[in-house]
Design a protein. Structure first.
Lengths: 437, 170
């Protein structure tokens, strides 16, 4: 019979705990506090209630929980928050992670299995966290004679490119990381980087299965980029702009899928091919070429590629929502925050709780429109993601020649029909100046 | 700010162009070529032409560089090329390049381009598009016909009839 720790001594355990506490405190005092102060001093500080937020004021604000709201509000207006948290990486990564879990659970239900079940109290809800911990703790094995710099850089570049794609998506009115005039063109430019990274990663592994998968991915992505770009030109024609926020705002009355259904269908099919989803998952065909271009990746490198591909899935679904389904537009269903709470405070019997900065926080940053827009955007995106992951439980994989034939002949023809429909709508005066919008 | 960005882009563009020529590994050479083309896209961004910059990224880095990379990966270098190391040719090439650069630079500086100052806003790409379909429409149609002819010719050249494989059809 084996014991987990045969030489266990309580005194040694307590000593090790005290040691750890000592070192944590020492490191915090020597490195943590100076770092906090350096960040507070170097970063440009906002002005709150007419006085500059000095480091000491900030620390005293932090010590008083009721005065912390202005600090949070000031942080929420910075660019760092936009890039890291809300419309940017954090929000997208959260959605992507929930997509992974929802996909596994949904596939299991379709195939009459239970799926992730034991991790966490309810239906294996912590499975993803467990998988992440497993991937982080695994050893990264690099194949012999692999090209090390490219092999290491490719997964990181993959995530970075997916994050750049995410940064272009407008989530709510005014809530977008990079609101540029040529948003859709920037999307095309960013999409062009995925095949390069894929083929470089596949080549650098110096192994035949990744190379076959990488070449398939290259064929597929490069040939489906053309119908992808052409299918979106109809929307650009009827809106007359390339700015994604303006395209979304132009759909306040009706989404473009009503007028351009062919473009939407073609974009959806090309989206499946660009994302390497079933029925177009030839680059990762697990029954033919092990795991395609992911075969030699292990540990967190594999985890990064997975994160990147699900971020890409979210971004494509969000692009579909923005271009065809009206983005953040929807009926106002989020109730307004009662005026009394903002101005006078919350009354609870004899006590009245007033919180400073609540008014400016809910008046300027977390407005009713922003919450409502985010709600509709997330709802529509979740619907599109559902239809992206649904074929995985239903369809078989297509052959590569059928795939290329589909892309080069049928989809491009449909794209031109879509463009002619858009032109006809414009010239007939249904849309555009003098028309419906 | 623009000066620092300009210097950094110049270093990236020229450095990766030299690397693309000098690297022994063809894959790294084509990656360096991508860096060079991306640097040119950065120059277009600095010159207030984001439309051209994004097309440079989408077409040159996204498609042409991929084609080069793809070709390089499928070709075994040792079977086709023989290495010829010749110092004299290299220095002659560098000298020729320097002479060309110096003469071109002299022409540019002499042409009075430095005295032109303009405060006008950059040209909107919409205006260029409107010009194309109104004033320059013959050029647009000609370009369209040439491109269509090229694509048709390529399709005709690449067309082949697959032989019937009896075993497979049965």
């Amino acid at each position: 019979m084996s014991v987990i720790a045969p030489k266990f001594k309580l005194s040694g355990f307590i000593q090790s705990l005290l040691d750890n506490i000592f070192w944590i405190l020492l490191l915090f005092v020597l490195i943590g506090l100076p770092a906090v102060f350096i960040i507070l001093i170097v970063m440009p500080m906002p002005v709150l209630d007419g006085e500059l937020l000095t480091p000491f004021l900030a620390l005293s604000y932090l010590a008083n929980p009721t005065r912390i709201l202005p600090v949070i509000h000031a942080f929420m207006t910075t660019d760092i928050f936009r890039v890291m948290a809300f419309p940017g990486f954090g929000f997208a990564a959260l959605l992507a992670a929930s997509v992974i879990f929802a996909e596994r659970k949904m596939m299991a239900k379709l195939q009459l299995r239970v799926g992730p079940f034991y991790c966490g109290k309810f239906e294996g809800i912590l499975q993803l966290m467990g998988d992440g911990l497993k991937l982080i703790s695994k050893e990264i094995i690099i194949p012999a004679k692999a090209d090390k710099p490219i092999f290491w850089a490719a997964p990181v570049l993959f995530v970075a490119t997916a994050a750049a794609f995410v940064a272009l998506i407008p989530v709510a009115p005014g809530w977008v990381v990079a609101d540029i005039d040529l948003g859709l063109l920037a999307v095309f430019a960013v999409i062009g980087f995925f095949p390069i990274i894929t083929i470089l990663s596949a080549w650098s592994a110096n192994s035949k299965y990744p190379f076959i998968g990488g070449i398939r991915a290259l064929f597929q992505m490069v040939s489906f980029e053309i119908p992808l770009i052409l299918s979106l030109l109809g929307v650009v024609m009827v809106t007359g702009t390339l700015n994604l926020s303006e395209i979304t705002a132009s759909q306040s009355n009706f989404p473009w899928i009503i007028f351009l259904p062919i473009g939407a269908i073609v974009f959806f099919i090309t989206m499946l091919a660009e994302l390497e989803r079933i029925p177009f998952d030839l680059p990762e065909a697990e029954s033919e070429i092990v795991a395609g271009w992911l075969t030699e990746l292990s540990g967190m490198l594999y985890g990064l590629v997975q994160l990147g591909s699900y971020l890409k899935l979210y971004a494509f679904a969000a692009l579909f929502v923005v271009l065809f389904l009206g983005g953040w537009n929807g009926p106002m269903i989020i109730p307004a925050i009662p005026e009394q709470i903002l101005t006078e405070g919350i009354e609870m019997g004899p006590i009245t709780l007033t919180v400073d900065g609540l008014q400016s926080l809910f008046g300027n940053t977390i407005t009713q429109e922003m919450l409502n827009g985010t709600f509709w955007f997330v709802l529509k995106t979740a619907g599109v993601i559902f239809f992206i992951i649904l074929p995985r439980g239903v369809f078989p994989r297509v052959r590569v020649d059928i795939l290329l034939n589909l892309g080069w002949t049928k989809l491009i023809g449909l794209c031109f029909i879509n463009i002619f429909i858009a032109l006809g709508l414009l010239y007939a005066g249904v849309l555009g100046p003098g028309g419906l919008q | 700010m623009a000066d620092i960005a300009f210097l950094a882009l110049a270093v990236i563009t020229i450095g990766s162009a030299i690397a693309a020529l000098e690297m022994r590994s063809l894959i790294y050479g084509s990656i360096a070529l991508m860096g060079s083309l991306g640097g040119i896209a950065g120059f277009f961004l600095l010159l207030d032409a984001p439309f051209v910059a994004l097309f440079q990224l989408a077409v040159y880095v996204g498609s042409i560089a991929v084609l080069i990379l793809f070709t390089v990966m499928l070709v075994k270098r040792e079977l086709i090329f023989k290495k010829i190391e010749d110092k004299r040719r290299k220095f002659a090439g560098i000298g020729l390049m320097l002479i060309l650069m110096a003469s071109l630079g002299a022409i540019f500086i002499d042409s009075g381009i430095k005295t032109i100052t303009t405060d006008e806003p950059p040209v909107d790409f919409r205006d260029i598009g409107i010009d194309f379909v109104t004033y320059y429409w013959p050029a647009l149609i000609l370009m369209g016909l040439i491109l269509a002819g090229t694509v048709t010719g390529a399709l005709v050249l690449a067309r082949r009839v697959d032989e019937e494989d009896e075993q497979r059809t049965n």
